[in-house]
Design a binder for this molecule. Structure first.
Ligand SMILES: *Cc1c(COP(=O)(O)O)cnc(C)c1O
Length: 452
């Protein structure tokens, strides 16, 4: 089949009017969130941190959830539907019979997919009278998305930013400040969990787990304040499914068959789920394709799916969050300083973990040097400099395209190019100067985790 368009049409009618919730279509029931005493978390127990509407989505077992009209028009204004590209030059370079497509989320204002859930979370908070949102951020993609969403809906935003990134990556901090957010290096003196860490080590570099603890503590102790999370939870993944739902319509429009291989990188799992879950529904649940390979890519430095265990663990270092059943390298794990800051998280989304456990999603892990090499090739072929996170997906795509060449199979591949790397050039510089280090933990201490 000859496809004329390198880029699919991007008309308004491609936007779906609902999000897709995978929960009712999982191969087994989703294990509930638990409290430390082993009891299930009840929805009303989350009211101190989330607005009711988001809690409802978090626990929902409805397959489709309507996108409010106000959000739909905002999605349009911000640049959705995002383009679906075919990576022709990369195909030719690799001499592969595979057809490689990618959904490009980097065209959105903060440069990644994170705004898709940020505006939804800010919107539902605004409806219920929230005045102020707190959150954490690593490299700053999530923080800048929520900062913009707060500006659009008139909410104050405070971002606890991992100290190491705050010092080393000023550009996204500045972006958050442009949008009007307050950015605090974490650990900070503003919270009990932050103070405890600073007392032991005033120069602590921070971690996502610590920043989450601080943001939650801030939300529950200040009136009118709620907390926002950028990944992992069901409602966050739900909002991201707009990516895959658009892609399915775009495939239809260009007359392409459903993909044989779907690929995304995984930090907490939101961009991966956003692309892959709607294809899971079309191809597996509705049975429209005999076989589809779904690949989740993570860094070898933080190998939750490939080397972690499937168990209940906390989402943060101070153990303030409920426990989630997931693949985890443990909440005490200190992720090495890889450039893909968005992938430095010890766990993954519970729905994704369940799919991995059931062999529906196949996890793979790469070192950052091979990932940057793949990203450079992609930039030279396609023009877009991938975010270091997204570059993990690019590396897996290249490996699959080469496999297709060796096996002479005309595979259709789609991946999520979750963001651009124009604010991550320091990582590229280290790569170009051969100064990049690869990290692979020898042993991961999982002994303190329970195994139920
Ligand atoms: C945050 C981020 C990720 C990782 O988070 P997920 O929730 O796993 O998607 C991946 N890519 C980009 C560009 C990001 O900003």
């Amino acid at each position: 089949m000859e496809i004329k368009h390198l880029r699919s049409p991007q008309t308004e009618d491609i936007l779906p009017d609902h999000w897709y919730n995978i929960v009712p279509d999982l191969p087994e029931p989703l294990p509930p969130m638990k409290k430390p005493n082993g009891e299930d978390v009840k929805p009303e127990e989350l009211i101190a941190i989330f607005p009711k509407k988001l809690i409802e989505q978090e626990f929902s077992t409805e397959r489709f959830i309507k996108i409010p009209d106000e959000l739909l028009s905002l999605y349009l204004e911000l640049g959705r539907p995002t383009p679906l590209f075919r990576a022709r030059r990369l195909e030719e370079f690799l001499d592969t019979p595979a057809r490689i497509y990618y959904k490009y989320e980097g065209v959105l204002p903060t440069g990644s997919h994170k705004i898709n859930t940020a505006i939804a979370q800010a919107y539902f908070n605004m409806l219920e009278g929230t005045k102020r949102l707190t959150t954490e951020t690593g490299a700053g993609q999530w923080g800048s998305a929520l900062a913009l969403a707060g500006a659009l809906f008139g909410l104050k935003v405070r971002v606890y930013m991992v100290r190491a990134s705050y010092d080393q990556k000023p550009y996204r901090r500045i972006l958050m400040q442009i949008y009007g957010a307050e950015v605090i290096p974490s650990p900070s003196p503003y919270t009990k969990s932050g103070r405890e860490i600073l007392e032991r080590d005033p120069n602590h570099p921070g971690s996502l787990g610590i920043a989450i603890s601080e943001a939650i503590e801030d939300a529950v102790t200040n009136p009118g304040t709620k907390y926002s999370l950028g990944s992992v939870l069901n409602h966050v993944l739900l909002h991201q499914t707009i990516i895959g739902l658009e892609a399915i319509k775009q495939f239809e429009l260009i007359g392409e068959e459903l993909p044989d291989i779907v690929i995304g990188c995984v930090g907490g799992g939101s961009n991966f789920a956003g692309l892959a879950y709607p294809f899971y529904y079309e191809e597996i649940v509705r049975g429209k394709k005999k076989s589809v390979k779904i690949i989740a890519v993570e860094p070898k430095a933080v190998p939750s799916m490939t080397r972690g265990i499937y168990t209940y663990d906390y989402g943060d270092t101070a153990r303030l969050t409920p426990m989630l059943k997931m693949y985890t390298v443990g909440h005490r794990y200190t992720p090495p300083p890889i450039h893909a800051g968005g992938l430095r998280y010890h766990g993954v989304a519970p729905t994704l973990a369940l799919l991995v456990k059931n062999n529906i999603v196949k996890p793979v892990a790469y070192h950052q040097t091979e990932v940057f090499r793949a990203a450079q090739l992609f930039a030279q072929m396609e023009g877009i400099v991938p975010a270091p996170e997204s570059a993990h997906a690019v590396k897996a795509v290249i490996d699959e395209a080469i496999r297709a060449r060796e096996e002479r199979e005309k595979k259709v591949i789609i991946f999520n190019l979750s963001g651009h790397g124009l604010l991550d050039l320091a990582g590229y510089q280290e790569y170009l100067e051969n100064r990049l280090r690869d990290y692979e933990p020898e042993k991961i201490d999982l002994s303190y985790l329970n195994t139920y």
